[in-house]
Design a protein around this ligand. Structure first.
Ligand SMILES: [Zn+2]
Ligand SMILES: [Zn+2]
Length: 86
């Protein structure tokens, strides 16, 4: 089951369970659409790609609550791009 993390790891923007802007990698590193664009669609933690995070249906939230744990690790975008191009 997905954790459904509450924020973007890079900019800390709020990404609620029903957000259309939440993107995740295979390890569920979570970023907003804008940051995924800046990261050139490559996860800075694992090097994998991103997909849109599925929306958890509201009626399941009581039984399957979403994560409240904030992961905030701002990325050095310039260094990330440099690494991609090297
Ligand atoms: Zn972001
Ligand atoms: Zn990742």
């Amino acid at each position: 089951m997905l954790e459904v993390r509450p924020t973007c790891e890079n900019c800390n923007k709020s990404l609620p369970y029903n957000s259309e802007d939440a993107m995740i990698c295979t390890f569920e590193c979570t970023y907003c659409k804008d940051c995924v664009e800046l990261l050139k669609q490559v996860c800075p933690n694992c090097g994998g790609g991103f997909e849109k995070r599925p929306i958890r249906p509201t009626h399941l939230l009581e039984k399957y609550p979403v994560s409240k744990t904030i992961v905030h690790k701002p990325i050095d975008i310039k260094a990330h791009i440099k690494k991609l191009n090297s």
